[in-house]
Design a protein around this ligand. Sequence first.
Ligand SMILES: NC(=O)c1ccc[n+]([C@@H]2O[C@H](COP(=O)([O-])OP(=O)(O)OC[C@H]3O[C@@H](n4cnc5c(N)ncnc54)[C@H](OP(=O)(O)O)[C@@H]3O)[C@@H](O)[C@H]2O)c1
Length: 307
Amino acid sequence: MASEAEKEEETVCVTGANGFIGTWLVKTLLDNNYTSINATVFPGSDSSHLFALPGAGDANLRVFEADVLDSGAVSRAVEGCKGVFHVASPCTLEDPVDPEKELILPAVQGTLNVLEAAKRFGVRRVVVTSSISAIVPNPGWKGKVFDETSWTDLEYCKSRKKWYPVSKTLAEKAAWEFAEKHGVDVVAIHPATCLGPLMQPYLNASCAVLQQLLQGSKDTQEYHWLGAVPVKDVAKAQVLLFESPAASGRYLCTNGIYQFGDFAERVSKLFPEFPVHRFVFQSPLRFILWLAIILPHEKNGVTYSIK
Ligand SMILES: NC(=O)c1ccc[n+]([C@@H]2O[C@H](COP(=O)([O-])OP(=O)(O)OC[C@H]3O[C@@H](n4cnc5c(N)ncnc54)[C@H](OP(=O)(O)O)[C@@H]3O)[C@@H](O)[C@H]2O)c1
């Protein structure tokens, strides 16, 4: 664990600092007495909400405009840092017109640019924000327990034009390859769908999923969903991974693994005034139970149904 004195002396960099998770991470760092934070934002993006965070000011928070594809700009933000939290990556619900340019390149090359800068300036650890989407979907894992060795099936996603999981998987794989080749200390975190209070002035993709659900969307989220996690906890986990020398490898960050249908049911109970869709058949187990309930059964020559 970093001592309080170390936290005060060390500069850390957060990429994508003005996004949903990035803003919570900056807040968490400030709450934990980090007094020197380099925050990168996409050139031209609004970062004013970061300065509205409790304790934020010009003395402890510096904003660097940096497209992660601009290695020079990334270097300027990472120089002098002991830790880097790489969060910036395109995260959108819309299908991209050009997946390579819009999603894959910024995710993969952006990660490599950050790691290259980390190597050059002797950064102690890089916490890479991967995703549950780098673990699932993978139909080949049916019946097996998902663990650190589980990866999303790229061909399966490409054939279904699910480009976000492709971008996150390729980016994380590139990070591990770079880390191994150049001896950079990388730890990856894999948040499930992050939800929680918005501190940035727009709706990000994961919170838009909740909004759409409340509006009656029937999207089953089958490609992305394994559960949800409070964004606050993700930010705390990112800091913990940076501060814990023993941390290594890939860390799933979720509050449980459960069907989107179960989540929808909970949301509908919490907000009965909204037209939340009921996902009756999403889980095979639920489907079997449903069949057991509504289909007539025959036993000892007597037909009956379970009601
Ligand atoms: N939210 C989730 O449920 C979830 C779950 C697992 C993993 N993640 C990962 O967590 C990270 C943050 O996600 P989020 O939910 O906080 O989404 P977000 O609010 O959209 O944040 C993404 C950030 O990345 C920045 N960015 C995108 N492309 C960039 C580029 N080329 N150069 C510089 N910055 C760029 C965005 O900047 P602008 O918006 O200013 O352009 C934004 O600040 C992403 O890596 C995402 O894959 C999210």
